[in-house]
Design a protein around this ligand. Structure first.
Ligand code: PEP
Ligand code: MN
Length: 353
């Protein structure tokens, strides 16, 4: 249930109302400050509450509405239709993900392989305009005999690349035990497709402060995905970005997955959370990445994640879907054209004089 306050409601009135809801109604109100209005979210056992009775609590209340969806905090209604912004601190300054912000590009190798390759890739993607470096330290591989990632030492290499370039870092968490050391380096904690249903892990990342990138499960419905986001939000972390990375397909002859670009308008109608598209895992083939990246911008994505490797033929994981840095440069220029048309491309910084 949400209580929508009238524009201009004094802060003291909202605080009094929240205290009343807590002390006299036994509820746990959450104050959500939007651009125009303040909304008070009520989650929990609200089935027996009478909206009309709540409405009478203050003349500053505009409306009391029930959130009918099973995901409450993740729903668009919970923010009264206003998109949320996830602000991530990076060494170069804060970067905002969201519908009202320029598109954010995240790029880097599937796995962190060695110092030279991660630094070289970081420098190249930064020069091309990416704001975040991606790179796996802990890899969720289908086969236990495949390269599993360099683990903790790879986190150290990501830290070095971050220091050298000023890029933010996004890397995947697989085991909650690695959370403290991973969050020393990561600015955004990635939960991979295979762990989208790992509810205990979702609760753990919900109980820490770093923003979370939640990839869609391999065969997850949109509702299951939003319910997974709800776990993180319900545990106290409001900063969740949703990443579509392709869903399992019946035809794997030409593409690894089916990239569900319809998820963009669908999510936009259901949730306030920022959206990211990963055309690399979504197609599994480098040659298809540019077309899908541009289509994603045209469809209104808020951000993109693209795998880039200095030598894809020698990559320890996901070489076939990784772009060479030169191709990534070219793609960034092509994406800028669509991004500008969509009014979502970051303005170039004026040269310092
Ligand atoms: C990744 O981004 O490195 C990854 C493993 O992706 P996904 O979880 O989408 O398969
Ligand atoms: Mn990969």
């Amino acid at each position: 249930m949400i209580i929508v306050m009238k524009i201009g409601t004094p802060e003291a009135e909202i605080d009094n109302l929240c205290n009343d809801l807590t002390n006299n109604w036994g509820l746990s109100p959450e104050k959500i400050v939007g651009r125009y209005k303040v909304v008070i979210g009520l989650v929990g056992d609200t089935a027996d509450l009478d909206p009309l009775q709540l409405q009478e609590m203050s003349s500053w209340i505009e409306q009391v509405l029930r959130v009918e969806r099973p995901y409450k905090r993740a729903s668009l209604e919970f923010r009264h239709g206003e998109a949320s912004e996830v602000v991530v601190s990076t060494p170069d300054g804060p970067v905002s993900f969201g519908h009202d912000h320029p598109l954010v590009v995240v790029a880097g190798p599937c796995s962190v392989e060695n110092e030279e390759m991660i630094i070289e890739t970081a420098e190249r993607v930064k020069a091309a305009g990416a704001k975040f470096l991606r790179g796996g330290a802990y890899k969720p591989r289908t086969s236990p005999y495949s390269f599993q990632g360099h683990g903790e030492s790879a986190l150290g290499l990501l830290a070095a690349a971050k220091e050298k370039t000023g890029l933010g870092v996004i890397t995947e968490l697989m085991d909650a035990a690695d959370l403290p050391k991973l969050t020393e380096v990561a600015d955004v904690v990635q939960i991979g497709a295979r762990n989208m249903h790992n509810f205990s892990l979702l609760k753990k990342v919900g109980a820490q402060d770093k923003p979370v990138l939640l990839k869609r499960g391999i065969s997850a419905t949109i509702e299951e995905w939003l319910m997974a986001a709800e776990y993180i939000l319900a545990a106290g972390n409001p900063n969740v970005i949703l990443c579509e990375r392709g869903i399992r397909t019946f035809d794997r002859q030409y593409a690894r997955n089916t990239l569900d670009l319809s998820a963009i308008p669908v999510l936009r109608s259901l949730t306030h959370l920022p959206i990211m598209i990963d055309p690399s895992h979504g197609t599994g083939r480098a040659e298809y990445v540019p077309a899908m990246a541009m289509a994603a911008i045209a469809a209104g994505t808020d951000s993109l994640m693209i795998e880039v490797h200095p030598n894809p033929a020698k990559a320890l994981s996901d070489g076939p879907q990784s772009l060479m840095p030169d191709k990534f440069d070219q793609l960034m220029q092509e994406m800028a054209v669509i991004g500008q048309t969509m009014k979502r491309w970051p303005q170039p910084q004026p040269a310092l004089v």
